[in-house]
Design a protein around this ligand. Structure first.
Ligand SMILES: [Mg+2]
Length: 122
């Protein structure tokens, strides 16, 4: 069965790029431009992985992560944070909040696909 990956990012270019990269593999890609619609899609589709941008207006990635983790419907979905920042503080915070991995932007297409496939086969 096709794996489902949901990407939540406020930058349209990133959504587009990630969709193109992941469609190289046997993955169905779902996209959301903001946290609230991302949460909605997560509940409806139960994706196998969520790629979650940290820096978003209104509700940022950390808030979305918290909401995913308190909801019975979504709490077990693995979440990898998409971040431009590489500070250790963010990584520590992410682990406390329940993110399983980090993908630092800008990413190399091959690197992203490999990482996503790795997480999906765990
Ligand atoms: Mg952003």
């Amino acid at each position: 069965m096709k794996k489902k990956v949901l990407i939540i990012d406020d930058e349209k270019d990133i959504l587009e790029l990630v969709s193109i990269i992941l469609s190289e593999s046997d993955i169905s890609v779902y996209r959301a431009e903001d946290g609230l619609s991302g949460l909605e899609i997560a509940r409806e589709e139960k994706p196998d992985l969520i790629l979650l941008d940290i820096m978003m207006p209104e509700i940022d990635g950390w808030e979305v992560l918290k909401m995913l983790k308190v909801d019975e419907e979504t709490k077990d979905i693995p979440v990898a944070m998409l971040t431009c920042k590489t500070e250790t503080r963010d990584k520590v915070l992410g682990i406390q909040e329940g993110a399983i991995d980090y993908i630092t932007k800008p990413f190399a297409p091959d690197g992203l696909l490999t990482k996503v496939e790795e997480i999906l086969t765990k």
